[in-house]
Design a binder for this molecule. Sequence first.
Ligand code: ARG
Ligand code: ZN
Length: 881
Amino acid sequence: MNDRADAATSVIHLVDYRAPAWHVEHVELDFDLGIDRTDVVAKLDLRRMANEPLRLNGEGLELLSVSVDGRQLGPNDYILGNGTLEIAIDVDRCVVETRVGLRPAENTALEGLYLSGSRDTGFLLTQCEAEGFRHITFFPDRPDVLSKYTVTLRADRERFPVLLAGGNPDGEGELEGGRHWARFVDPHPKPSYLFALVAGRLARISQDYTTADGRPVALHIWAEADVIDRCHYAMDSLVRSMRWDEETYGRNYDLDVFHVVATHDFNMGAMENKGLNIFNAKYLLADADSGTDDEYRHVEAVVAHEYFHNWSGNRVTCRDWFQLSLKEGLTVFREQSFSADMNSAPLKRIEDVALLRRAQFPEDAGPLSHPVRPAEYSEINNFYTATVYEKGSELVRMLAGRLGKDGFRRGMDLYFERNDGDAATIEDFLSALGEANDIDLTPYLAWYGQAGTPRLSASGQYDADARRYTLKLRQRTPAGPGQAEKRSLPIPVKLALFATDGRMLPLKLRDGTGPVDTELTVVIDQAEATYVFDDVDVAPVPSLLRGFSAPVILEFDYAPDELAVLLQHDVDGFNRWEAGQQLAALAYDDLRDGKQDSAAVTAWTGALATLFGNEAIDDALLAELLTPPGEIELVERQAERDPDRIRATRKSLLAALASRIGASKLRQRYQSLHARTTGALDAQSQAARQLKRRMLDLIAAVDESDARTLALAQYNEAPGMTDRLAALTILATTSTDGAAASIAHFRERYADNALALDKWFAVQAQLPGDDALARVQALERDATFTLRNPNRVQALIGLFARANPTGFHRADGAAYRWLAERLVTLDGLNPQVAARVATAFNGWKRLEPVRREAAHAVVAELAGRSDLSRDLTDILGRVAL
Ligand code: ARG
Ligand code: ZN
């Protein structure tokens, strides 16, 4: 199934792009659905574009027959092999019909047509992006072939009462022998990766919607009957997303129906198939009893993301997979803007940047580093990365910032208008945005082609006599795989100057244009630039890169009390938090080096102790401010990593903060928050729960037994999952044995809830220390653990490898060897998931020597095997370099 034989296959290069030789104007698909066996008849209406034979992609298909314009072909009339069906054709238009057989129940890779759930009760569904359609039928499976689809599904009525495919419904009826059929017509040409079907026993909730331009749309969310009640929040989110896209971008939905389906068996988060979005249940279900506050936010965001793809992705799609960020970066940006509008904008920005640093910066600093638009790939599924998504979104954000709100909207209007119904490139995007505003944006193309996180070093000099402040900026991007020389990029730096009393100073930029303001943006596009500010009455503290105006690492030699000024006074919520993070990092360095009462430690704890007493700060922001960078981000500050030392130092950082604020104050705050805790979902209640959790963490840093007492009560009285899970985490982290009863209770209480059980695995997978591996191995033997379910694999194995530094990186290398064994087994079932888990080895080169040796041995061994999938081979090959 996974072409293991030619795993070390060819590399595909962006520069080799050629337009398709044949177009498929219309395709008619006929499915005869069954769990063990499904037959697919595909009738392709073809038009020649170049003088070449017809080449159709097809993998793992049993070819039953093929005809051209009604004439059956014999085996000598075509060439079948290497994933293609090649037919020499001498006319310019023809109809090719193929009939193939599929075996959905045997499809453990969850790509193409597969079974979700059990043989008896499960349902059939498809996942085609990126190249899954070729596992369903022979087709030019590339995103620049756009076709109109007519799809007919036939199946046993009793086993498959619900039949769905993308497009508008176009009839249904009975067939002999208890069977039935349904037909769907999609009037919008689309690439094959957006095809989808679903068939089985599903329940639904529905809502009527009318678009701003007056189209009535029936919205349906489908899920298995036991979870359908948990889909209401997703429906609300969908309606909010549709309105928002109308109001913000003038984009209306364009079919009569919109279906969303939940499955527990899904490789990724969700998929934007035209008119038939399919979701990992993790991002669709949310209910008061088992959903956390974070999950509610994720559901809202992912529902919006997939819906927004209807324009940014579907109506305007990608010419080739190198352009993936054209739809993903843009859609993440749209999703983030939506979430910021629905919730708190500064908190959303903090969350997004924290994610970028946790996931994308490390990716970009290691052997898997690649540009937002890669120049080559051997397995495209390995490029659905934080770089393409998260950094891609940051690039769109820079462009949007450059153009301003109205200018960006003008540019987007032109982009949609020009490319509607087409497959576009990053160049098309930049030229539409630029031309609509008469601005040349081509310098920004360099951001798409160059990997690595740029370093922006800044230094400032104040001349009191001249009342002049001089700011020097320098940029440099470190070399990375395949890119030794790096160019200068246009980096927008939004900045302000503060007096130490918290006043913002007017910015009179020498040679500057525009009115004098207290905030402005300079764009440095050379290696170095100098900015002079006049009439500055006091030595200022610069607030740089406000709102995180570019995805770079800022280096400025702040004194601790300067950061404390920004932490106290910066009105840019993001930069205020950022100042705290920088200050915490300085404090961390001092503690690591044995300096207990350094200026940084005192400044950080002191500033936060003051803010702690400030009633004006909202609970959620305070909770964020009280959270120092996590172990994974702190890792980036060390030349050589020793996870045990990092964890221990971070613990003493928390202890320093907790004792400065004082245990009794923390406890008081905890109690008052606890007293007003409900399960309500409004922003204030969520913020209170979040702050309460911080209180518990800080109390645990100075008085573990008190924290345990509070956590146990919290666990037992919890009105919802957020409180319950937070309490369980504290209990298990402070004493795993002592938490045994609660852990057992949780397992029992949520025995029938797969997503809650995932959390149960996840909490335990992340418990630190020497016995972590043994614990994970014991959990593998739990009756509910299976390598066949991606969510379960991620909850236990994925989180252990990626989010449990002390447990996974144990010095004797035992966890590395264990993971290698699991990867091989997993690869035999699901290569995409195996490849994703394997990225945990990304940072091995920067481990301290003992661990590095151990990891290297394992990685080299694995990379040397020839029996692994292309997905896993690709990751290992790059990681081992
Ligand atoms: N386009 C989907 C999204 O909304 C992701 C699908 C990725 N699938 C894959 N097999 N790589 O982000
Ligand atoms: Zn997407």
